[in-house]
Design a protein around this ligand. Sequence first.
Ligand code: ADP
Ligand code: MG
Length: 317
Amino acid sequence: MSEFDLIKRYFTHATPGAELGVGDDAALLRVAPGMTLAVSSDMLVSGTHFLPDADPYLLGHKTLAVNLSDMAAMGATPRWATLALSLPQADEGWLQKFSAGFFALAERHGVELVGGDTTRGPLNLCVTIMGEVPQRAALRRSGAQAGEDIWVSGTLGDAALALAHLQGRVALPAADFASCMPALHQPQPRVVLGVALRGIASSAIDVSDGLLADLGHILESSAVGAELSLAALPVSAAVRAQLVQPEGRRCVLAGGDDYELCFTAPATHRDELQQLSHKLGLPLARIGTIVSGNRCTVHSEDGSIINIRESGYDHFT
Ligand code: ADP
Ligand code: MG
C-alpha cells in the first residue's frame, strides 16, 4: 500500500468545516469573526507514553484525547486537527483500529482531521489541535487571585493507580483494577466543561502531570499560593481504598494522566458551578483556596500540614 493510499483509506474523512482539508499541500481554515485561534500539539511516543503492543483503537482515542484536553483547559471549542504519524510498517489491521478510535472521538467533539504527515520510523503519534475561543475569553493559567476557590473535575488518581498496578507497585483487587483502567486507556477530555467555564473560571489547566505539578503552573503564572484540603480531593472508591498507602497518595497528588480540569473561580460563582456540575453530570469538587505568597500547602485529615514546595512533593513526577 502506498503512502497516498494509506492516507486516503484511513485518514480522509469529510471536512465540511474547512475550506480545504486533506489532499493538498496545506489545509485552509477560516476562524469565525470575533474568534481567536487556539493551537496546541501533543506527541505520544512508543515506549515513553505507551507500550508498543498497546491496543490501537484505544491509542487512537488517547492520541486525540490528550490534545482535546488542552483545548478544554483553554476554554476553546476544538475544530480541526492534523496528525503526524511515524510508523514502523503499514499494518492495515493496526491502522484500521487506530483510525477508528481516533475518528470515534473526533466525531463526538465535531473535530475534523484536515492534514498531517506519514512517514516510516519508530511508532510516534503527534496531533496538532486547533480550536476557537471568543476574543479575550480564553482560560489562561495566569488569572488566579488570592481568595478564590480552587476546583477540580471528576476524580483524581485512577489512571496513575491502574499504571501502578500494571507496573507492580501496588496490587489492586481485580474489581478495583477494572474500574481504574478506563481512566488510563480512554480518558474523557472535559471539552464541554472547558467551554462552559468561559466567564466563570479565572484560570484553568488540565491535569496531565499530576495535580500538584499542574496546579503549580497556575500558581507560578498567577504569582499566588494555595491551600488544599486532602480530604476534599475527589477520589473513586478504588483510589480511596489505597489512600493509607504512600503510593495511593502519590497517585492522587502527583500521579498524572488524569485529564481533568483544575481551575480557579471567585466564591460568588459557587452556586453556578454546582448547577453546571449537575447539568453536565460531572462532579466538580472545591479542593482549596488561592492565597497570597507562593506556598502550596496541603492540610491532611489528621491536622498535619504538608508544605509542598519545601517537601519537594512537586518534583514527584
Ligand atoms: P507533502 O508532500 O506536501 O507533505 P504528503 O504527501 O505528506 O504531502 O501528504 C498529502 C496530503 O495528505 C496532505 O494534505 C497532508 O496534509 C495529508 N496527510 C498526510 N498524512 C496524513 C495523516 N496521517 N492524516 C491526515 N492527513 C494526512
Ligand atoms: Mg508530508
